[in-house]
Write a protein that binds this ligand. Structure first.
Ligand code: MCU
Length: 410
């Protein structure tokens, strides 16, 4: 498989690829009322400390909780969301710590400096802000390790140095980076979780400083490949992110572990859970006992994406690199979209899969899809954001993966 090194992007595909076609998803429900507010603490049943895992070869039903109850209301979804978040932390990503007890920040000349402290330990890290002049406050695009999607005019850039917070060189990076200086090298959080924590602190810092000209209600996050896995996790774990745009995140991001395993079994060289833990520290040590028994997991990545609902999510993928898991990405995210449908906000989730190109080199054929999301969510303009666009089916057959129906939550 290919490595993510400068100059070693996979070659462009030689076989001709079909033209991208827009396939309409289920017709949008009439109401676009967003779901109700977050439940008050204690209003949701606690997730039992020990649960019985039941093997499920299909993508687990978003609308049935682990107690076996079917979700019928938007308030019920908020509790189910909390449950899924807890399960993902427990079995895959490790624990996301809350805001630390000490947090101070300064902003000057494009540099946001943050000091976080807890239990007598303290770290300082920075985020770099640019394109933040002009009449504001402005929306901003946070780039996990930088951004490689086009940033529309009037949108500022925030560069988040994720490797400084949690390293990702190889499996030897476990417990390394400033997050682990603060919380200890044995903390369960994966690198992706540590980055989500770090972005949370960047937002805390924006909230308590002035002069940066950023509207903290209009924050988007992106990143490509490994950093796309990060962007998806940041959006899923941090509710102050309004728009999440992971780019070519592949297996471990937009892909579902179950579908990636099936692809591999069918002879396609796709990254799987059992491989990914041998490459890097994107997932918690807690995940390791499950990588060879994926059907036992009470979630898959359609439910990681679903943590973002009803907030906006645009999945950017491509169809020509087997390793990324095209079938898995398409099937997984098309399934995730059903949660936005159920909540009555189908416009808030889109999937854009282009034909092949160099990894992380954004093709102009997807410009309009990115612009549509910024237009609708940050510029108050009308645009179509309710789409699943893809080059071809990549062998995805929904009946093999989905054995539940999508309710209209009331
Ligand atoms: C698609 O993201 C990763 C992939 O999971 C790794 O196996 C590979 O080594 O690197 C990809 C990447 O981050 O490319 C920049």
């Amino acid at each position: 498989y290919y490595q993510c090194q400068p100059g070693s992007n996979p070659p462009a595909p030689t076989t001709p690829v079909p033209t991208t076609t827009a396939i309409p998803t289920t017709p949008p429900p009439v109401s676009t009322t967003p779901p109700g507010p977050e439940p008050t603490p204690g209003a949701c049943p606690a997730v039992p400390g020990s649960i019985t895992l039941r093997a499920n070869a299909k993508l687990p039903d978003p609308f049935t909780n682990i107690a076996g109850q079917r979700i019928t209301t938007k308030a019920g979804w908020q509790c189910r969301r909390q449950e899924i978040f807890e399960l993902i932390q427990r079995y895959e990503s490790g624990v996301l710590p809350p805001k630390p007890s000490g947090l101070t920040a300064t902003y000057s000349g494009g540099r946001l400096s943050i000091t976080a402290s807890e239990a007598g330990k303290s770290i300082t890290f920075t985020a770099t802000i640019s394109a933040n002049t002009g009449s504001g406050p402005l929306p901003a695009l946070i780039g996990i390790g930088g951004a490689s999607i086009p940033r529309p005019a009037g949108v500022a850039a925030i560069a988040f140095d994720n490797n400084d917070i949690a390293e990702q060189t190889n499996t030897g990076s476990r417990g390394r980076g400033k997050f682990y200086t603060l919380y200890g090298s044995g903390h369960s959080a994966s690198a992706l979780t540590a980055w989500a924590w770090g972005v949370g602190r960047v937002i805390d810092a924006l909230e308590i400083t002035t002069g940066h000209n950023i509207d903290t209600k209009k924050l988007a996050v992106t990143g490509c490949s490994r950093n796309g896995k990060g962007a998806l996790t940041v959006g899923a774990f941090e509710p102050r992110i309004a728009l999440t745009i992971p780019q070519e995140s592949g297996s471990g991001g937009a892909g579902c572990w179950r579908i990636s395993d099936a692809m591999k079994k069918a002879g396609i060289d796709t990254q799987t859970a059992s491989q990914i833990i041998t490459e890097n520290v994107w997932f918690s040590k807690n995940f390791e006992p499950y990588v060879n028994r994926i059907p036992d997991l009470p979630f898959d990545h359609h439910l990681l994406s679903a943590l973002i609902a009803p907030r906006a999510l645009l999945i950017i993928e491509q169809g020509a690199i087997d390793w990324l898991g095209h079938r898995s990405n398409l099937g997984c995210q098309r399934t995730a979209k059903k949660v936005w449908d159920a909540l009555g906000v189908p416009d808030n989730m889109g999937v854009s899969m282009s034909p092949g190109h160099d990894h992380c080199s954004f093709p102009s054929s997807q410009n309009a899809d990115v612009n549509a999301f910024f237009d609708k969510f940050f510029k108050g303009l009308n645009s179509n954001t309710n789409f699943v666009k893809y080059d071809n089916e990549h062998g995805y057959v929904e009946s093999q993966w989905v054995d539940w129906t999508t309710p209209t939550l009331t």
